[in-house]
Design a protein around this ligand. Sequence first.
Ligand SMILES: *Cc1c(COP(=O)(O)O)cnc(C)c1O
Length: 214
Amino acid sequence: MSDVYTSILTRIRAAALAAGRPADAVTLVAVSKLQPWDHIAPVLDAGQRVFGENRVQEAMGRWSERRSEVELRLIGPLQSNKARDAVAFFDVIESLDREKLARVLADEVQAQGRAPRLFVQINTGEEPQKAGVSPGQADGFIALARSLDLPLEGLMCIPPADQDPAPHFRLLGEIAARNGLSKLSMGMSDDFETAIACGATSVRVGSALFGART
Ligand SMILES: *Cc1c(COP(=O)(O)O)cnc(C)c1O
């Protein structure tokens, strides 16, 4: 398993260099959702420290005992009634996708005196079934989040499964650039090298690293 880990890291570095970027420009977010612990442990032992999870309760169950060893990122949809736990538990929330959630997170940040770094999820393909702010509303939403003193770090997207992802990755980069955001979370198992060519600063890789989810 750690051979797979090494090969993913090698591919990430090679893709960064091929794009004229520093070899260490891209952070691997290892997506551990729904994976058995015996798939995760070797990757943790090999030195991986940044993990992505889709659900608050599942993440707390998997990581509570090892919380101080890792950086944890919530990459799945966040219900408002889980915002308290999410603010308390995660280092990064990548799925800020609507005004109500922005307001609830702002209240929790105030109440807890703790603020995860935040990414706004953009629905670059404007797919009705997918979460995220539509590209045309992104600038206004980012301004709103900033007016609530939320610590925005970047943008995240999940392109439509049936399309060339590159135009979606480039669109995310354009929205980030014109809003002064430096981080781009984009690219998964099947397209992370394309995302790195388009400027990804972190890639979220699950099945290519840990195997198919059960
Ligand atoms: C599950 C998931 C991933 C990982 O997908 P793989 O194709 O297994 O690499 C990445 N990002 C998000 C938002 C996910 O939900």
